[in-house]
Design a protein around this ligand. Structure first.
Ligand code: PHE
Length: 453
């Protein structure tokens, strides 16, 4: 099979090192989903029980599904759309390709708004804007900021930065910067965890996070935990598949899938350990939603000497973590436009970013300009929450379900085995993953959908 390059039409570039594989996939997986979305979702959904379920979904659905996306991507060296053509699948499977591209656009839009918030907080922290601000003060600061015009400016700026990077190709630059900044993020999180654990009343936060209260397990909690697992692993929209199209034949797919899932989960749990003790000791409500992290973290930094330095470092690294994730979202759409619509990479990037700009501004306005607005039929135009909920809890799990059916039932077993074991014969591991893709993943996702309805 010829491996086409989306940039030049020549041979498709491949990641050369194992580090490149891990840095890019973990770079995609680790982002706002771990540090911003996981704590607020866990907060809204009762803490411990949510976390246990989330981890269970990562193991039961996440690992087999990343493996499936990796296998499909590397077997064909194509994006989420081209993969079906390369495998001569029925045209109906194109729907999965369209769903992936749509999900990527919608996530990119609301994600860029939050990434913009990290920029505001980074520059604010550099200028010492949050030191000595009281808890109520931080609440007011966030509310005033998000209802004004500055989030619009940051969203535009963030998307322009994305354009500048992706239009040059997923060059070594972003890989190299993730190699440095991901470990830095990890180290910073551990330092902040230690600080957070020393706060008075830290135990209440840990109890909330680690002690499951299964009486709080309702259908929305279950679907929320499943959605969070998909979102956090960048799964169900062909993101991992697209990156795997750059893997070479030596990459051990199952090992890489497990490493990505493990590191991603570790960062999410650490983010919980960092945030919940502070939530309880500063008297916030864990159910604050999307603003949780932005109000609580500056309060932790204020407790530390040199708080504004730590805060600046943290928000900067969070910004980088967002960037490595949004780049992977853009890549899905760009590869689609290049492979299917025969666009040049630069034009494909411009189209992707232009659409994201329009949708992103609508999301940014959900917090301010649209407050109090009621439209016929749809009511309050809360694009931010619609895109967030609709992708994580509906489109991504649905995409995951279809991917598992495709990889488990439609894809030639020999092709699948060769990706997993290197030979056409099955191994115990490829049988286990195949079984999970054929039966467990589709059934579990379907049951959760049905119960939720
Ligand atoms: N996994 C990323 C995060 O946790 C978000 C993401 C979703 C990235 C979908 C790519 C595709 O922040």
């Amino acid at each position: 099979m010829s491996k086409s390059n989306t940039e030049t039409g020549g041979p498709r570039p491949l990641f050369t090192t194992r580090l490149g594989v891990i840095a890019t996939t973990v770079g995609s997986a680790v982002g706002l989903g771990n540090i911003w979305r996981f704590p607020y979702e866990a907060g809204v959904h009762g803490g411990g029980a949510f976390m246990m379920l989330y981890i269970a979904f990562i193991i039961i659905l996440g690992i087999p599904l990343i493996t499936a996306e990796y296998a499909l991507g590397r077997a064909t060296h194509r994006g989420i759309f081209g993969v079906f053509r390369a495998l001569k699948a029925h045209r109906a499977w194109n729907a999965l390709g369209y769903m992936g591209v749509l999900s990527a656009m919608l996530i990119l839009s609301f994600y860029s708004v939050v990434a913009g918030w990290t920029l505001e907080y980074f520059f604010g922290a550099v200028g010492g804007a949050y030191t000595d601000v009281s808890r109520e003060g931080l609440h007011t600061v966030f509310g005033e900021f998000t209802s004004g015009w500055r989030p619009l400016m940051w969203t535009v700026l963030f998307l322009v930065v994305n354009y500048l990077i992706i239009s040059r190709g997923v060059a070594r630059g972003i890989e190299r910067i993730s190699n440095v900044l991901m470990p830095l993020l990890f180290a910073l999180i551990i330092i902040f965890c230690v600080n957070s654990l020393m706060l008075p009343d830290a135990a209440a936060g840990l109890t909330f996070l680690f002690k499951p209260d299964f009486s709080s397990l309702t259908a929305p909690v279950v679907i929320g935990a499943m959605g969070q697992a998909f979102f956090s692993l960048s799964l169900g929209l062909g993101c991992m598949l697209t990156y795997a199209s750059y893997f070479n034949e030596r990459t051990d797919i199952v090992k890489s899938a497990t490493t990505t899932a493990a590191l991603d989960t570790l960062i999410a749990v650490l983010a919980g350990v960092l945030i919940f003790p502070a939530v309880f000791s500063f008297g916030y409500s864990p159910e604050a939603g999307p603003k949780l992290v932005f109000e609580v973290l500056p309060a932790i930094f204020n407790e530390m000497t040199g708080g504004s330095v730590w805060a600046s470092l943290f928000f900067f690294t969070l910004f980088i973590a967002s960037l490595t994730s949004t780049i992977s979202m853009c890549e899905i759409v760009v590869v689609f436009l290049c492979e299917e619509k025969k666009m040049k990479r630069r034009s494909a990037c411009a189209v992707t970013i232009a659409v994201a700009l329009v949708l992103g501004l609508l999301c940014a306005m959900s917090f301010g300009y649209f407050t109090g607005v009621e439209l016929p039929l749809i009511g309050h135009p809360d694009f931010f929450s619609w895109f967030d909920y609709g992708t994580s809890n509906i489109l991504l799990p649905l995409g995951g379900m279809l991917t598992s059916v495709f990889a488990g039932r439609v894809l030639d077993r020999k092709v699948f085995n060769r990706q997993i074991t290197g030979s056409e014969r099955p191994s115990a591991l490829s049988r286990l993953i195949g079984f999970s893709l054929r039966y467990i993943c589709p059934a579990l996702i379907a049951v959760i959908f049905i119960v939720n309805l």
